[in-house]
Design a binder for this molecule. Sequence first.
Ligand code: NAD
Ligand code: GLY
Length: 369
Amino acid sequence: MKIRVEPEISGKKDGYDIIIDAGIIGGVSAEEIVSAFSSAAVNLKAGFLAVTSETVYGLYGVKFSAFLKKCGIENFDFIVLPDGESTKSLKYLADIHDRLIDNGMERSDSIIAFGGGVVGDLAGFAAATYLRGINFIQVPTTLLADVDSSVGGKTGIDHPKGKNLIGSFYQPRAVLIDVDILKTLDKRELINGFAEVIKYGAALDADFFSYLESNYKKILAYDEETLIRIIEKSCSIKAHIVNQDEKESGLRSVLNFGHSLGHAIETLYNYENIKHGEAIAIGMVFAAKLSKHLGLCGEEEVARIKNLIINSGLPSDIPDFTPEQYVNAMKLDKKVSDKQIKFVLIKGIGVYEFKKLDFSFLFNYLAKI
Ligand code: NAD
Ligand code: GLY
């Protein structure tokens, strides 16, 4: 399956393919990949730096090297970084830049992100900033990265004071999704990625949400066919949004359903002990309840979102921080302007609504619940 992403950049369409299949890395024919690289103007004879994490390298380093060779890529190196959100930092960005310089990499060379969202965001930002931009290819290995972070070009790192505060929009030249690789992902990570899938249904597609309600058990059982189906659907929804609003000047904010509170939770936890998908699951339940409080939706919609989240094993209760801590963390959200935050709310399942909310209103609401 191939999905084309074609965001309009400076009035021009600049597209790339997302290729979704099972067994791409495991050794099936590399022809489709080679043709995707060629159509993306990636020179297979140039140099490649694959950025990956310790776990992924341990599991797939040998297989991935063989895959690259099969594609005709001979000149490649790996940089293997520690697992975890704290790797999305200036320190590891500098380590990648150092390696690119030490290897004498040029503008025609490429970075491959081979890992989860942490590796993808960090490697993408390194690609965006080295020599003012070199080719970048995403090979995601977590469900979260398959359905969200590998597509759409948001790259960056965290700052101790706020999530993703430093970064840039930088689109990959190709995205290769091998569903086989998800088999080694532990259950908590699979469920973490499922939160972003729920997001697409809850905010944008009622039929997809119903499909998830009926099929979540198959997803939690790593059923390949169902995983391919939800990855295809999620990537199609995301591509459709990114094609219209690459730089998040309006519509793309809908993809942040659950993220205003979610990012605040991640920051307050200092990026430890909670995963991104878990934090946004709590944020989605919060946003649904807030939507009901504002008269936008009813109890039934709140209950459906909360039930799917709880049934999938995701958390839904707001952690015990003070309203002041939440509001202070949310003040650093990228959707803040004129001392208000643009919140993504829902009018029903699959129907979003943007609303600018004052921090004083949010403080009072958080103090009440
Ligand atoms: P992650 O990258 O930390 O990966 C989770 C863990 O799984 C890591 O320890 C990793 O080594 C391991 N792992 C990866 N693939 C594996 C595999 N196939 N088998 C076994 N283990 C494997 O976490 P994540 O959830 O993928 O990504 C979270 C990050 O993505 C956050 O920083 C979040 O902000 C970012 N994100 C970015 C976007 C975007 O649009 N750029 C969207 C959503 C989330
Ligand atoms: N993950 C939100 C976005 O890509 O816009």
